[in-house]
Design a binder for this molecule. Structure first.
Ligand SMILES: *[C@@H]1O[C@H](CO)[C@@H](O)[C@H](O)[C@H]1NC(C)=O
Ligand SMILES: *[C@@H]1O[C@H](CO)[C@@H](O)[C@H](O)[C@H]1NC(C)=O
Ligand SMILES: *[C@@H]1O[C@H](CO)[C@@H](O)[C@H](O)[C@H]1NC(C)=O
Ligand SMILES: *[C@@H]1O[C@H](CO)[C@@H](O)[C@H](O)[C@H]1NC(C)=O
Ligand SMILES: *[C@@H]1O[C@H](CO)[C@@H](O)[C@H](O)[C@H]1NC(C)=O
Ligand SMILES: *[C@@H]1O[C@H](CO)[C@@H](O)[C@H](O)[C@H]1NC(C)=O
Ligand SMILES: *[C@@H]1O[C@H](CO)[C@@H](O)[C@H](O)[C@H]1NC(C)=O
Ligand SMILES: *[C@@H]1O[C@H](CO)[C@@H](O)[C@H](O)[C@H]1NC(C)=O
Ligand SMILES: *[C@@H]1O[C@H](CO)[C@@H](O)[C@H](O)[C@H]1NC(C)=O
Ligand SMILES: *[C@@H]1O[C@H](CO)[C@@H](O)[C@H](O)[C@H]1NC(C)=O
Ligand SMILES: *[C@@H]1O[C@H](CO)[C@@H](O)[C@H](O)[C@H]1NC(C)=O
Ligand SMILES: *[C@@H]1O[C@H](CO)[C@@H](O)[C@H](O)[C@H]1NC(C)=O
Length: 629
């Protein structure tokens, strides 16, 4: 492949422009809020002694000192009906001292008092019990919570749609729950008290598009469930929306299951690592201490890991995102920037067996890291060049902090003096270039061979600061150039103007039985494994299937000369799955993947869903195009 090298006398600098979103600015949650909530362990059956003993444990176990300060009593605290003056009140047999006293108790421990209500006609409850919700009573309820000294309101979404005969959970309401949250936002403002507002509509109607101006946090997915498969489902939904997170506004991945004896130690680490680096609120959901149980030392150690908490609470406030996915190998690479020119990188092993994995630094944007710290062991390695190897437990995560990094493709030299003029040899083939006086960099084309070790030998009298190798521009092959064959409904679909970028057309309904093919020529230098960027569309939002096998993912395969690479893509939708023009099926995304099988001459490239019948979804992701490098 033809690349170019730039020999620079200054290190390269990469600048990113921030995306700005309209947002709430109430000065709260400048870093993701941390605390404890009763729901994951106690369901809708909290009571005073439960809240007291867990709040005390937050303090005595040292969690409060690490930032876990909000204590929220979730569903089940109230009674079926309002009081004579139309207010919500607590269940006196469960909370004999009452809610104002509960708030005082929590405040006396130095903690924040979190309350819970629901934007619908009734609250979420179990066992066929009904409890009145806040719909139509927003002003009264906000005033009540403020008068009790509440610091935080979690606002749920059960029975939000009266039109559909009061279903408990309605994932496809006739009207968006958005207005219920606007109403409560206005009601909270009217109290004159500043409450942290946690929106919990389970991701219905793509709240990242409207919630940042209403709340400090918003749930992006349906509930976390006590099963390992829930982690993959949740993070796949977060991928297209990570850029909506920022100081004062955070994507809520739901409360933690760490400590609930559902996951192995490695699984709990993966769960906590992903929640931390994706900047989710860290809301402990286990029984820290009650009359039956207390949290295990190993789970506690995970939640108290200061390295990992620091990723979550980092002052920069930028979420990590999915950088590369190796579906056939079963692992992901996630990464994101931290303050102080540091980076966090996570290699997540989805296999239920341990793997020896290699984190290629260029996959997270770097060539060299001056130091790399393992967040779990706190061990630091110095001068890590190009890659980092580690053994990762079943369902575990290698979690690294990187500093003193050098961008991918940049090789820093010592500036050692050499001879004149500039002689460049690539794989022993040489040329000579003249450098003019005063010239600070020179850019030269070089031919590197994919998959090989290439040697660059440079000699010049000018001291060299660094060399930068820029990969060639890829060639984009649009889906419109591909020919569809095989039975089934696969077809080219014209999208609503502006969608299915960059083409306005996609291929939908790829199945195990049909596919789209194109002949792509390749030179002798571009054989074997090549980097390919896939532009795809997937908005298979697993809301109603989230207790089952819903994964928020679809497979797509790229076969080159019958050698098949599978990529299980996350969601790409960045608009409402219910009310937008194509229900999120017009929002495209790009993910890179190494594709093997290339040979010199014509290559048969087939996009489809080979083996799709073995998956949860036999239809593949929609296909927009391939960029081959
Ligand atoms: C747990 O609760 C018991 C009973 O109130 C108390 O003796 C113990 O100190 C508590 N442990 C922690 C870690 O808070
Ligand atoms: C209070 O909670 C208890 C225990 O769940 C329940 O039996 C009782 O009916 C509740 N009281 C009211 C007024 O709802
Ligand atoms: C509170 O809940 C705990 C644990 O479920 C239970 O043992 C206790 O009896 C409950 N207390 C009240 C007052 O309901
Ligand atoms: C709860 O409310 C629904 C809808 O109004 C009603 O059909 C149901 O009978 C109620 N259940 C109880 C136990 O009151
Ligand atoms: C995700 O991360 C990659 C690599 O760091 C970056 O290029 C991309 O812009 C990020 N995407 C979003 C949506 O933040
Ligand atoms: C981060 O890197 C930039 C560019 O090299 C440098 O100007 C800045 O001082 C660095 N910041 C910190 C906190 O190290
Ligand atoms: C992972 O493997 C272990 C032991 O081999 C097994 O007990 C467990 O059920 C497996 N987990 C999943 C999610 O398949
Ligand atoms: C990790 O090591 C650093 C020194 O590299 C030290 O400052 C820090 O306290 C250690 N952190 C933990 C959690 O052990
Ligand atoms: C490239 O060099 C490394 C280190 O010397 C070696 O392990 C590897 O096998 C070489 N790869 C090829 C394709 O020659
Ligand atoms: C690669 O693409 C960029 C931007 O699209 C363009 O500026 C540059 O000239 C291209 N380089 C080559 C070698 O085609
Ligand atoms: C791929 O496999 C099919 C079916 O076995 C065969 O007809 C075709 O020639 C193969 N293509 C290549 C490029 O080997
Ligand atoms: C993707 O393929 C793998 C391997 O066949 C399968 O386990 C998984 O369920 C598939 N994903 C979907 C969303 O169908």
């Amino acid at each position: 492949m033809l690349s170019s090298i730039t020999i620079l006398t200054l290190p390269a600098l990469i600048l990113a422009s921030p995306t700005l979103h309209k947002r709430l600015a109430n000065g709260l949650a400048l870093t993701p809020p941390m605390g404890w909530n009763s729901y994951n362990h106690y369901n809708c059956a909290p009571n005073q002694s439960i809240i007291h003993s867990n709040a005390e444990a937050l303090v005595s176990l040292g969690l409060a000192d690490l930032g876990y300060t909000y204590v929220t009593t979730d569903c089940g605290w109230t009674i079926p009906h309002r009081t004579a003056d139309n207010k919500l009140t607590w269940n006196g047999s469960l909370f004999p001292a009452g809610f104002p006293a509960l708030g005082q108790y929590i405040h006396d421990l130095g903690l924040g008092f979190g309350v819970y209500s629901d934007g619908g006609v009734q609250m979420c409850m179990t066992g066929g019990v009904n409890q009145t919700g806040s719909l139509g009573h927003e002003a009264t309820d906000a005033e009540t919570f403020a008068s009790w000294g509440a610091d935080l309101l979690k606002y749920d979404n059960c029975y939000s749609s009266a039109e559909k005969d009061f279903p408990n959970v309605d994932y496809e309401p006739l009207t968006s729950p958005h207005q219920n949250y606007v109403n409560m936002r206005n009601a909270l403002d009217a109290t004159g008290k500043n409450l942290l507002f946690q929106i919990c509509d389970w991701g219905v109607d793509f709240p990242s598009a409207w919630a940042p101006e209403l709340g400090n946090t918003w749930r992006v997915t349906n509930d976390i469930i006590p099963n390992w498969r829930t982690i993959f489902r949740i993070v796949n939904q977060v991928v297209p929306q990570t850029d909506h997170a920022g100081p004062g506004r955070w994507l809520d991945l739901d409360m933690l299951e760490v400590g609930n004896n559902i996951f192995t130690h490695a699984e709990e680490q993966t769960h906590f690592a992903l929640w931390s680096i994706l900047k989710s609120p860290l809301t402990i959901g286990c029984a820290l201490n009650d009359s039956f149980t207390s949290v295990s030392a190993s789970s506690l150690a995970i939640m108290k890991n200061e390295n990992v908490i620091a990723f979550n609470q980092d002052a920069l406030g930028v979420s990590a995102n999915l950088t590369r996915r190796y579906s056939d190998e079963g692992y992901d690479v996630w990464s994101g920037p931290l303050s102080g020119n540091r980076t966090v990188a996570a290699l997540v092993n989805w296999n239920n067996h341990s793997i020896d994995a290699t984190l290629d630094l260029p996959d997270v944007g770097f060539q060299i890291a001056g130091w790399v710290r393992d967040a779990w062991t706190n061990e630091t390695r110095k001068n890590v060049m190009t890659s980092c190897k580690a053994s990762i437990e079943a369902h575990g995560t290698l979690l690294l902090e990187l500093g003193e990094t050098v961008p991918a493709g940049v090789y820093q030299l010592d500036g050692a003096p050499v001879s004149s003029p500039c002689n460049l040899k690539v794989n022993k083939q040489g040329s000579s270039y003249q450098i003019s006086t005063g010239q600070s960099s020179v850019t030269l084309p070089v031919t590197l061979i994919a998959g090989n070790n290439n040697t660059l030998a440079i000699s010049t009298t000018s001291p060299i600061e660094s060399i930068t190798i820029t990969p060639p521009n890829g060639t984009f092959y649009p889906n419109t150039a591909f020919t569809i064959s095989g039975p089934g409904n696969a077809s080219h679909i014209t999208c609503v103007p502006g969608l299915c970028a960059p083409l306005g057309v996609k291929i939908g309904d790829l199945s195990p039985n049909n596919s789209a093919s194109l002949t792509i020529p390749a030179s002798a230098k571009a054989v074997g494994s090549r980097y390919v960027e896939l532009t795809y569309i997937n908005n298979d939002v697993a809301i109603s299937t989230s207790w089952g096998e819903g994964r928020n993912a679809r497979n797509i395969t790229i076969s080159v000369n019958n050698q098949t690479t599978r990529l299980e893509v996350p969601l790409s939708g960045r608009s409402s799955e219910l009310y937008s023009a194509m229900k999120g099926w017009g929002d495209s995304a790009v993910l890179g993947v190494l594709v093997d099988g290339w040979k010199e001459g014509d290559n048969e490239v087939v996009v489809g869903n080979v083996g799709g019948e073995k998956g949860v979804q036999s239809l593949g992701a929609d296909f927009v195009g391939l960029k081959v490098f």
